[in-house]
Design a protein around this ligand. Structure first.
Ligand SMILES: NC(=O)c1ccc[n+]([C@@H]2O[C@H](COP(=O)([O-])OP(=O)(O)OC[C@H]3O[C@@H](n4cnc5c(N)ncnc54)[C@H](O)[C@@H]3O)[C@@H](O)[C@H]2O)c1
Length: 335
Protein backbone atom coordinates (compact mmCIF):
# COMPACT_ATOMS: atom_id res chain seq x y z
CA UNK A 1 0.00 0.00 0.00
CA UNK A 2 0.96 3.63 -0.39
CA UNK A 3 1.21 5.62 2.83
CA UNK A 4 1.57 9.39 3.12
CA UNK A 5 2.83 10.06 6.65
CA UNK A 6 3.31 13.47 8.24
CA UNK A 7 5.89 13.82 11.01
CA UNK A 8 8.33 11.13 9.79
CA UNK A 9 11.34 12.88 11.34
CA UNK A 10 9.50 12.68 14.66
CA UNK A 11 9.57 9.82 17.13
CA UNK A 12 6.41 7.96 16.17
CA UNK A 13 6.44 8.85 12.47
CA UNK A 14 9.96 7.50 12.10
CA UNK A 15 9.07 4.16 13.67
CA UNK A 16 5.84 3.82 11.73
CA UNK A 17 7.49 4.65 8.39
CA UNK A 18 10.34 2.20 9.07
CA UNK A 19 7.95 -0.60 9.99
CA UNK A 20 5.80 -0.05 6.90
CA UNK A 21 8.86 0.09 4.64
CA UNK A 22 10.19 -3.12 6.19
CA UNK A 23 6.79 -4.69 5.51
CA UNK A 24 7.11 -3.77 1.82
CA UNK A 25 4.89 -0.68 1.60
CA UNK A 26 5.66 2.59 -0.17
CA UNK A 27 5.97 5.70 2.00
CA UNK A 28 6.18 9.42 1.36
CA UNK A 29 7.20 11.23 4.55
CA UNK A 30 6.51 14.91 5.18
CA UNK A 31 8.03 16.90 8.04
CA UNK A 32 8.88 20.55 8.68
CA UNK A 33 11.91 19.71 10.88
CA UNK A 34 10.70 22.16 13.51
CA UNK A 35 13.24 23.24 16.15
CA UNK A 36 11.12 22.14 19.18
CA UNK A 37 13.93 19.73 20.10
CA UNK A 38 17.30 18.51 18.74
CA UNK A 39 17.40 18.74 14.95
CA UNK A 40 20.29 16.31 14.99
CA UNK A 41 17.94 13.68 16.38
CA UNK A 42 15.37 14.40 13.65
CA UNK A 43 18.07 14.28 10.98
CA UNK A 44 19.42 10.99 12.32
CA UNK A 45 15.92 9.46 12.18
CA UNK A 46 15.43 10.75 8.63
CA UNK A 47 18.80 9.34 7.60
CA UNK A 48 17.54 5.93 8.73
CA UNK A 49 14.52 6.24 6.42
CA UNK A 50 16.07 7.62 3.24
CA UNK A 51 18.09 4.41 2.97
CA UNK A 52 14.91 2.64 1.86
CA UNK A 53 14.34 2.93 -1.92
CA UNK A 54 10.56 2.92 -1.32
CA UNK A 55 10.81 6.06 0.86
CA UNK A 56 10.71 9.66 -0.31
CA UNK A 57 11.10 12.60 2.05
CA UNK A 58 9.54 16.01 1.51
CA UNK A 59 10.57 18.77 3.89
CA UNK A 60 7.66 21.12 4.42
CA UNK A 61 5.32 22.66 6.93
CA UNK A 62 1.71 21.59 7.44
CA UNK A 63 0.79 25.23 6.98
CA UNK A 64 2.10 25.08 3.37
CA UNK A 65 -1.08 23.83 1.76
CA UNK A 66 0.23 24.14 -1.80
CA UNK A 67 3.22 21.88 -1.12
CA UNK A 68 1.10 19.39 0.79
CA UNK A 69 -1.43 19.29 -2.00
CA UNK A 70 1.18 18.86 -4.74
CA UNK A 71 2.91 16.07 -2.76
CA UNK A 72 -0.26 14.13 -2.06
CA UNK A 73 -1.82 14.59 -5.50
CA UNK A 74 1.26 13.25 -7.25
CA UNK A 75 1.72 10.32 -4.83
CA UNK A 76 -1.95 9.19 -4.65
CA UNK A 77 -1.74 7.45 -1.27
CA UNK A 78 -4.16 4.77 -0.11
CA UNK A 79 -3.75 5.92 3.48
CA UNK A 80 -2.76 9.23 5.09
CA UNK A 81 -1.34 9.03 8.62
CA UNK A 82 -1.20 12.48 10.15
CA UNK A 83 1.29 12.49 13.02
CA UNK A 84 3.04 15.84 12.61
CA UNK A 85 2.00 18.23 15.34
CA UNK A 86 3.27 20.53 17.98
CA UNK A 87 3.46 17.93 20.74
CA UNK A 88 4.12 18.34 24.47
CA UNK A 89 1.81 19.33 27.29
CA UNK A 90 4.00 21.74 29.24
CA UNK A 91 5.27 23.70 26.23
CA UNK A 92 1.65 24.57 25.39
CA UNK A 93 1.45 26.69 28.54
CA UNK A 94 4.01 29.13 27.16
CA UNK A 95 3.52 28.74 23.40
CA UNK A 96 -0.15 28.19 22.61
CA UNK A 97 0.21 29.74 19.16
CA UNK A 98 2.50 26.92 17.99
CA UNK A 99 -0.43 24.55 18.69
CA UNK A 100 -2.90 26.75 16.89
CA UNK A 101 -0.70 26.84 13.78
CA UNK A 102 0.39 23.20 13.61
CA UNK A 103 -2.52 21.38 15.19
CA UNK A 104 -5.49 23.40 14.00
CA UNK A 105 -4.47 25.12 10.74
CA UNK A 106 -2.12 22.25 9.88
CA UNK A 107 -4.70 19.56 10.60
CA UNK A 108 -7.36 21.46 8.69
CA UNK A 109 -5.02 21.49 5.67
CA UNK A 110 -4.68 17.72 6.00
CA UNK A 111 -8.47 17.36 6.05
CA UNK A 112 -8.77 19.47 2.90
CA UNK A 113 -6.09 17.41 1.20
CA UNK A 114 -7.71 14.12 2.23
CA UNK A 115 -10.92 15.42 0.73
CA UNK A 116 -9.26 16.52 -2.53
CA UNK A 117 -7.33 13.25 -2.87
CA UNK A 118 -10.36 11.10 -1.94
CA UNK A 119 -8.06 9.07 0.28
CA UNK A 120 -9.23 5.60 1.35
CA UNK A 121 -8.39 6.02 5.02
CA UNK A 122 -7.29 9.06 7.01
CA UNK A 123 -5.61 8.31 10.34
CA UNK A 124 -4.94 11.07 12.87
CA UNK A 125 -2.89 11.27 16.06
CA UNK A 126 -4.86 12.49 19.04
CA UNK A 127 -3.93 12.00 22.67
CA UNK A 128 -4.98 10.57 26.03
CA UNK A 129 -4.77 14.19 27.24
CA UNK A 130 -8.25 14.75 25.79
CA UNK A 131 -9.62 12.80 28.79
CA UNK A 132 -8.37 15.59 31.06
CA UNK A 133 -8.77 14.76 34.74
CA UNK A 134 -11.56 12.27 34.04
CA UNK A 135 -11.99 10.32 37.31
CA UNK A 136 -13.64 7.31 35.65
CA UNK A 137 -11.05 4.68 34.91
CA UNK A 138 -10.09 3.05 32.69
CA UNK A 139 -10.66 5.77 30.09
CA UNK A 140 -13.05 4.46 27.44
CA UNK A 141 -13.49 6.12 24.07
CA UNK A 142 -17.24 6.46 24.72
CA UNK A 143 -16.58 8.44 27.93
CA UNK A 144 -16.95 12.20 28.05
CA UNK A 145 -13.73 13.88 26.96
CA UNK A 146 -14.60 17.53 26.63
CA UNK A 147 -12.88 19.22 29.55
CA UNK A 148 -9.29 19.60 28.28
CA UNK A 149 -6.84 20.98 30.85
CA UNK A 150 -4.27 22.34 28.41
CA UNK A 151 -4.28 24.06 25.07
CA UNK A 152 -2.42 21.03 23.66
CA UNK A 153 -5.33 18.77 24.67
CA UNK A 154 -7.83 21.35 23.40
CA UNK A 155 -6.10 21.52 20.01
CA UNK A 156 -6.25 17.72 19.65
CA UNK A 157 -9.88 17.54 20.74
CA UNK A 158 -10.68 20.28 18.22
CA UNK A 159 -8.87 18.27 15.53
CA UNK A 160 -11.05 15.25 16.34
CA UNK A 161 -14.19 17.40 16.06
CA UNK A 162 -13.08 19.00 12.77
CA UNK A 163 -12.27 15.56 11.36
CA UNK A 164 -15.67 14.23 12.38
CA UNK A 165 -17.36 17.01 10.43
CA UNK A 166 -15.28 16.22 7.32
CA UNK A 167 -16.02 12.50 7.68
CA UNK A 168 -19.72 13.35 7.81
CA UNK A 169 -19.73 15.92 5.00
CA UNK A 170 -17.31 14.31 2.56
CA UNK A 171 -17.43 10.64 3.61
CA UNK A 172 -13.71 10.45 4.40
CA UNK A 173 -13.11 7.24 6.40
CA UNK A 174 -11.26 8.57 9.45
CA UNK A 175 -9.69 6.94 12.51
CA UNK A 176 -8.40 9.18 15.31
CA UNK A 177 -6.00 7.45 17.70
CA UNK A 178 -5.62 8.51 21.30
CA UNK A 179 -2.02 7.67 22.17
CA UNK A 180 -1.00 6.97 25.77
CA UNK A 181 2.56 8.07 26.76
CA UNK A 182 4.61 6.42 24.03
CA UNK A 183 8.23 5.53 24.81
CA UNK A 184 11.17 3.62 23.37
CA UNK A 185 14.36 4.00 21.30
CA UNK A 186 14.58 7.22 19.22
CA UNK A 187 12.17 8.78 21.73
CA UNK A 188 11.52 12.43 22.49
CA UNK A 189 13.99 14.44 24.60
CA UNK A 190 11.17 16.40 26.28
CA UNK A 191 9.60 13.27 27.76
CA UNK A 192 10.27 11.78 31.21
CA UNK A 193 12.17 8.63 30.25
CA UNK A 194 14.65 10.51 28.05
CA UNK A 195 15.10 13.30 30.61
CA UNK A 196 15.55 10.90 33.54
CA UNK A 197 18.07 8.62 31.81
CA UNK A 198 20.08 11.57 30.52
CA UNK A 199 20.12 13.23 33.97
CA UNK A 200 21.15 10.00 35.68
CA UNK A 201 24.03 9.44 33.26
CA UNK A 202 25.14 13.05 33.79
CA UNK A 203 24.81 12.64 37.59
CA UNK A 204 22.12 15.32 37.71
CA UNK A 205 18.94 15.35 39.79
CA UNK A 206 15.72 14.14 38.17
CA UNK A 207 12.65 16.33 38.63
CA UNK A 208 9.73 14.29 39.96
CA UNK A 209 6.47 16.17 39.52
CA UNK A 210 3.33 15.68 41.57
CA UNK A 211 5.55 14.38 44.41
CA UNK A 212 5.63 11.13 42.39
CA UNK A 213 1.92 10.50 42.89
CA UNK A 214 0.95 10.55 39.21
CA UNK A 215 0.55 7.46 37.08
CA UNK A 216 0.77 6.88 33.35
CA UNK A 217 -0.23 4.12 30.97
CA UNK A 218 3.07 3.68 29.08
CA UNK A 219 2.94 2.32 25.54
CA UNK A 220 6.02 0.78 23.94
CA UNK A 221 6.68 2.17 20.48
CA UNK A 222 6.80 -1.20 18.64
CA UNK A 223 3.38 -2.10 20.04
CA UNK A 224 2.04 1.29 19.01
CA UNK A 225 3.16 1.10 15.39
CA UNK A 226 1.89 -2.49 15.14
CA UNK A 227 -1.52 -1.24 16.25
CA UNK A 228 -1.48 1.59 13.70
CA UNK A 229 -0.53 -0.86 10.94
CA UNK A 230 -3.30 -3.24 12.06
CA UNK A 231 -5.88 -0.45 12.06
CA UNK A 232 -4.89 0.84 8.61
CA UNK A 233 -7.01 -1.91 7.08
CA UNK A 234 -9.87 -1.64 9.60
CA UNK A 235 -12.17 0.85 7.93
CA UNK A 236 -14.50 2.81 10.21
CA UNK A 237 -17.64 1.43 8.56
CA UNK A 238 -20.85 -0.19 9.79
CA UNK A 239 -19.67 -3.69 8.87
CA UNK A 240 -17.14 -3.76 11.66
CA UNK A 241 -19.01 -1.98 14.45
CA UNK A 242 -18.15 -3.35 17.89
CA UNK A 243 -21.29 -3.54 20.01
CA UNK A 244 -21.64 -1.14 22.96
CA UNK A 245 -18.03 0.10 23.23
CA UNK A 246 -17.56 1.46 19.71
CA UNK A 247 -17.20 5.15 18.91
CA UNK A 248 -18.06 4.60 15.25
CA UNK A 249 -20.23 7.62 14.50
CA UNK A 250 -23.80 7.26 13.28
CA UNK A 251 -23.19 10.43 11.23
CA UNK A 252 -20.16 9.44 9.19
CA UNK A 253 -17.25 7.01 8.84
CA UNK A 254 -15.36 8.25 11.91
CA UNK A 255 -14.01 6.44 14.96
CA UNK A 256 -11.69 7.22 17.89
CA UNK A 257 -9.52 4.40 19.29
CA UNK A 258 -7.31 4.34 22.38
CA UNK A 259 -3.80 3.05 21.71
CA UNK A 260 -2.70 1.98 25.16
CA UNK A 261 -2.30 -1.30 26.99
CA UNK A 262 -4.37 -0.53 30.09
CA UNK A 263 -1.54 -1.09 32.57
CA UNK A 264 -0.80 2.21 34.31
CA UNK A 265 2.37 2.55 36.36
CA UNK A 266 3.00 4.98 39.22
CA UNK A 267 5.76 7.51 38.62
CA UNK A 268 7.82 6.19 41.55
CA UNK A 269 7.54 2.60 40.26
CA UNK A 270 8.60 3.89 36.85
CA UNK A 271 11.69 5.45 38.40
CA UNK A 272 12.41 2.17 40.26
CA UNK A 273 12.41 0.35 36.92
CA UNK A 274 14.84 2.88 35.42
CA UNK A 275 17.12 2.53 38.45
CA UNK A 276 17.10 -1.26 38.15
CA UNK A 277 17.86 -1.15 34.44
CA UNK A 278 20.65 1.40 34.89
CA UNK A 279 22.01 -0.22 38.04
CA UNK A 280 22.23 3.08 39.87
CA UNK A 281 19.96 5.19 42.09
CA UNK A 282 18.40 8.43 40.87
CA UNK A 283 18.80 11.64 42.84
CA UNK A 284 15.18 12.70 43.12
CA UNK A 285 14.02 16.28 43.41
CA UNK A 286 10.38 16.12 44.46
CA UNK A 287 8.22 18.90 43.01
CA UNK A 288 4.51 19.75 43.11
CA UNK A 289 2.11 19.02 40.24
CA UNK A 290 2.74 21.23 37.24
CA UNK A 291 -0.05 23.32 35.85
CA UNK A 292 -2.02 21.31 33.31
CA UNK A 293 -0.71 17.89 34.43
CA UNK A 294 -3.32 15.16 34.80
CA UNK A 295 -3.06 12.85 37.82
CA UNK A 296 -3.38 9.66 35.83
CA UNK A 297 -3.91 8.12 32.43
CA UNK A 298 -5.35 4.64 32.06
CA UNK A 299 -6.49 3.30 28.69
CA UNK A 300 -9.26 0.85 28.16
CA UNK A 301 -7.77 -1.26 25.35
CA UNK A 302 -11.05 -3.12 24.73
CA UNK A 303 -11.97 -1.39 21.48
CA UNK A 304 -8.46 -1.80 20.03
CA UNK A 305 -8.50 -5.47 21.04
CA UNK A 306 -11.92 -6.02 19.47
CA UNK A 307 -10.87 -4.33 16.21
CA UNK A 308 -7.41 -5.83 15.78
CA UNK A 309 -7.21 -8.90 18.04
CA UNK A 310 -4.24 -7.56 20.00
CA UNK A 311 -3.14 -4.77 22.33
CA UNK A 312 0.16 -3.35 23.61
CA UNK A 313 1.81 -5.95 25.86
CA UNK A 314 5.55 -5.15 26.08
CA UNK A 315 6.60 -4.98 29.73
CA UNK A 316 7.98 -1.70 31.04
CA UNK A 317 11.31 -3.22 32.04
CA UNK A 318 11.90 -4.61 28.53
CA UNK A 319 11.00 -1.27 26.93
CA UNK A 320 13.11 0.82 29.29
CA UNK A 321 16.06 -1.49 28.71
CA UNK A 322 15.72 -1.04 24.94
CA UNK A 323 15.62 2.72 25.38
CA UNK A 324 18.69 2.85 27.62
CA UNK A 325 20.66 0.63 25.25
CA UNK A 326 19.73 2.87 22.30
CA UNK A 327 20.53 6.05 24.21
CA UNK A 328 23.98 4.85 25.25
CA UNK A 329 24.76 3.86 21.65
CA UNK A 330 23.52 7.09 20.03
CA UNK A 331 24.09 9.79 22.62
CA UNK A 332 26.98 11.45 20.87
CA UNK A 333 25.20 11.84 17.53
CA UNK A 334 21.89 13.28 18.79
CA UNK A 335 22.50 15.64 21.73
N1 LIG B 1 4.79 10.56 22.03
C1 LIG B 1 3.69 10.48 22.76
O1 LIG B 1 3.69 9.95 23.89
C2 LIG B 1 2.39 11.03 22.23
C3 LIG B 1 1.24 10.93 23.06
C4 LIG B 1 0.02 11.41 22.58
C5 LIG B 1 -0.07 11.95 21.31
N2 LIG B 1 1.05 12.07 20.55
C6 LIG B 1 0.90 12.64 19.21
O2 LIG B 1 1.53 11.79 18.28
C7 LIG B 1 2.09 12.54 17.20
C8 LIG B 1 3.56 12.22 17.03
O3 LIG B 1 4.23 12.51 18.25
P1 LIG B 1 5.79 12.33 18.44
O4 LIG B 1 6.01 11.91 19.84
O5 LIG B 1 6.35 11.53 17.33
O6 LIG B 1 6.25 13.85 18.32
P2 LIG B 1 7.54 14.50 17.57
O7 LIG B 1 7.58 15.90 18.05
O8 LIG B 1 8.72 13.64 17.79
O9 LIG B 1 7.14 14.44 16.05
C9 LIG B 1 6.33 15.41 15.42
C10 LIG B 1 6.99 15.82 14.11
O10 LIG B 1 6.14 16.75 13.47
C11 LIG B 1 6.94 17.78 12.90
N3 LIG B 1 6.12 18.99 12.89
C12 LIG B 1 5.64 19.68 13.96
N4 LIG B 1 4.91 20.73 13.56
C13 LIG B 1 4.94 20.72 12.20
C14 LIG B 1 4.36 21.53 11.20
N5 LIG B 1 3.60 22.59 11.51
N6 LIG B 1 4.59 21.21 9.90
C15 LIG B 1 5.34 20.14 9.57
N7 LIG B 1 5.92 19.33 10.47
C16 LIG B 1 5.71 19.60 11.78
C17 LIG B 1 8.16 17.92 13.79
O11 LIG B 1 9.29 18.41 13.09
C18 LIG B 1 8.36 16.49 14.30
O12 LIG B 1 9.36 15.81 13.57
C19 LIG B 1 1.81 14.00 17.55
O13 LIG B 1 0.63 14.38 16.87
C20 LIG B 1 1.57 13.99 19.04
O14 LIG B 1 0.78 15.06 19.46
C21 LIG B 1 2.27 11.61 20.97
Amino acid sequence: MRFFITGTAGFIGFHLARKLLQDGHEVVGYDGMTPYYSLRLKEARNAGLVQFPAFRFVEGMLEDKALLSETVTSFKPDVIVHLAAQAGVRYSLENPKAYLDSNLIGSWNILEIAREAKVGHLMLASTSSVYGANPDIPFREIDKADEPLTFYAASKKAMEAMAHSYAHLYKIPTTAFRFFTVYGPWGRPDMALFKFVKAMIDDQEIEVYGEGKMSRDFTYIDDLVDSIADLASVQPVEGNRVASIDTLSAQGPFRTVNLGGGQPVGLLDFIDVIERVMGKPARRKMLPMQQGDVPRTFASPDLLLALTGRKPETGLEVGVEAFVRWYLDHRAEID
